[in-house]
Design a protein around this ligand. Structure first.
Ligand code: NAP
Length: 316
């Protein structure tokens, strides 16, 4: 007879990125039963990151490699991992009840929300139409398709400049289109980009449309934000890095989000819902990094333990 599937846990961590995996490590090491639920492979945005140079302990490490190492660490004390997109999180008495798109229902005494963020879309004509046919949000995943071709990167933050630099090693030319007259990216990343002769920065320029031949992208239509002059730039690929949006749709009814949709949590990672914690990129926070997510995860993993201890003491 097949073993019955376990559905009840002390803690369920939603999202198995660096923060979620750290919370799972701390909570399982404190002898709690822990399930990590993720809509994809563990690692979150690490899987879309070529190289990380600002995570302590590594001079430089590939994102997927760090994800694998974190997963080995996170599961060593019994934390489990399951596949599924959480569609609902409800509080029912003592239990937090989660429903997934796989038709599963799980229950936990405490939940850690670690769902992170996804890339913001530009919202211009042609963007959705040419998704996967030239428009991309992941240089590591799709860059190799544009070997020796001309790609456009949209954005002026850390992601645009870092991923533009990665693409410069593959493409013949990378044009980084920045809407203002300056970059927001950290100086070190700017310096690294400027070492590549095949990167050009085009300032004061917004993309108003992405065009193609119905099969694939051929160009972007632009406007100069100072002169209002319209233009067109040939492009085989368009990589969009214009910020991120929180992945918080299943939590909207809980009253724990700020006006932009990020989860509000205090310094102990507690939301206003007892037993529901939030960590990493999905949290209202001034810095979204692997290091900060890991720090949040450690605090939440420990705090979950205290929360359950106190709850058990009250019920005794
Ligand atoms: P971000 O810091 O929010 O930057 C978004 C960029 O996109 C800005 O340059 C912004 O321009 C531009 N932008 C926004 N909407 C636009 C539009 N409609 N059209 C054209 N440009 C638009 O986002 P991010 O670069 O993805 O970074 C997210 C977080 O991850 C940040 O905290 C960042 O520090 C962190 N990160 C760190 C590293 C690293 O440490 N190596 C690497 C990647 C990301 P304005 O400047 O004009 O607003």
């Amino acid at each position: 007879m097949a073993a019955e599937k376990k559905t009840d846990y002390d803690v369920i961590v939603i999202g198995a990125g660096p923060g979620g995996m750290t919370a799972a490590l701390y909570a399982s090491r404190a002898n709690l039963s822990v399930l990590m639920l993720d809509r994809g492979i563990y690692g979150g945005n690490l899987n879309n990151t070529a190289t990380i140079e600002n995570y302590t302990g590594f001079k430089s490490v590939k994102g997927p490699e760090l994800a694998e190492k974190m997963y080995q660490g996170a599961t060593q004390f019994g934390a489990q991992y399951a596949y599924g997109t959480v569609q609902e999180l409800n509080v029912e008495g003592d239990w937090k009840v989660l429903k997934t798109d796989m038709g599963d229902t799980f229950r936990a005494q405490a939940v850690v929300i670690a769902t992170g963020s996804s890339q913001r879309h530009l919202g211009v004509p042609g963007e959705e139409e040419y998704g996967g046919r030239g428009v991309s949000y992941c240089a590591v995943c799709d860059g190799a398709f544009f070997r020796d071709q001309h790609v456009v990167v949209v954005g002026g933050g850390d992601s645009a400049v870092e991923e533009g630099t990665y693409l410069a090693g593959l493409a013949s030319k990378v044009s980084i289109l920045v809407r203002k007259d300056h970059l927001r990216a950290q100086p070190l990343l700017q310096e690294q980009a400027k070492q590549h002769d095949n990167i050009e920065f085009v300032f004061n320029t917004s993309v108003t449309a992405i065009t193609g031949d119905d099969k694939k992208v051929q160009a972007v239509t632009t406007v100069n934000n100072q002169t209002q002059e319209k233009g067109q730039l040939q492009a085989d690929g368009v990589f969009i890095y214009v910020g991120s949006v929180p992945m918080t749709k299943p939590f909207t009814k809980l009253g724990i989000l700020d006006e932009h949709g990020w989860v509000k949590a205090d310094t102990l990672m507690q939301t206003t819902q007892p037993g529901i914690f939030a960590i990493g990129d999905v949290r209202e926070t001034p810095l979204r990094q692997v290091a900060t997510a890991v720090g949040d995860g450690a605090i939440a993993g420990q705090q979950v333990y205290h929360y359950l201890q106190e709850k058990a003491a009250v019920n005794d």
